[in-house]
Design a protein around this ligand. Sequence first.
Ligand SMILES: *Cc1c(COP(=O)(O)O)cnc(C)c1O
Length: 415
Amino acid sequence: MNYEASIEFAKQMDNEDPIRSYRDRFHFPQFNGDDILYFGGNSLGLMPKTSKAAVNEELDVWKKLGVTGQHDRWEAYHEHLTESTARLVGAKPSEVVVMNALTVNLHVLLVSFYQPTPKRNKIVIEKGAFPSDQYAVESQIRFHGFDPKDALIELTPREGEKCLRTDDILITLKENGDSIATILIGGVNYYTGQAFEMEKITKVGHEIGAYVGFDLAHGAGNLLLNLHDWDVDFAAWCTYKYICAGPGSPGGVFIHERHGSWDGPRFAGWWGHDKETRFNMGPNFIPITGAEGWQISNAPVLSMACLRSSMSIFDEAGMPAIRKKSEMLTGYLEFLIKTIHDKIEVITPLDPHERGNQLSLVMKENGKDIFNKLGEKGVVCDWREPDVIRIAPSPLYNSYTDIYCFFEILKSLAG
Ligand SMILES: *Cc1c(COP(=O)(O)O)cnc(C)c1O
């Protein structure tokens, strides 16, 4: 792609963008009477214009029907999300479910997929994982009576490097072989924006006899995923970042179909119980086959209504088109940043196959100050200590013109 650093070029790219109209499906916060430059979709995606009506519809049912709504409508509510969720992550419908929240789901999944023994008790994560994942994993290790100092392996980049090399990851896995119980890596690291080679990691993880899972908070709705074919054991993600389902929206879970008839450890609840006999209220837990068997509580319908409205946008646009634009949009951002490169270092991998839409910019001078001024000029992005600004252009609602306008502002502050 031959990019050009001009507003005319950006506008032309927008004119040729086959999914440009999706921008109109979202509410933009306003700044000085115009759409704000919003690059915070890796923290909280913008609100689809259909979300409010979707929530109101459920509120109206509640108002008019009370508990009758529960029986007639909400008992199976999460099932409306099954097909689209499966499409989003490359899974079979029986392999996915929407429930709880992300960190809760990590715990629920680790109850099943972390079964340490004296010999095999280690968990592998990436160093600098999202803190919640770190806390979850360490507390799981302690819960089983082990010490994270011995049982936690943190994958660390080479001296002087910010990202991990796949070969180094695979070597660590092989070296620690039969002491590793579980691998749990962020499919895309939240800080560097590096996308890991999940298929290769899964293959080697299985060769050494470990369970392999991914936290896809920054992967789902961002990358093209093929969790079933990659043979991943389990995955979890949130839906309020890339998937635009609103604050605190419920999490997504993938469990490979070979674990569908699981009889190992799991924390059970009535929503995971066989649907035909759930309301017989019997004393014995009979799990639903597949990912739904891991459900514990009944579904948060109002939040799920928002999720349904955003998932229908993903269904309509389709991940292949979304990802295609994402690569070009982020490529354009990278191209522009490089023209002011001596002040800003992109630590996200430059190969589009090794990243999603986010670029992490190390600010070599006055980073925090520049970040604050960006905010004052109507740019939404975020700051991560000690010196990183994260920018995540959404292919659904950001334009090439947004990228160019951001670049002009950044250049005036840092160039
Ligand atoms: C955003 C994020 C979380 C947040 O967890 P919640 O349980 O949804 O609050 C956890 N892990 C990763 C990798 C994230 O990016």
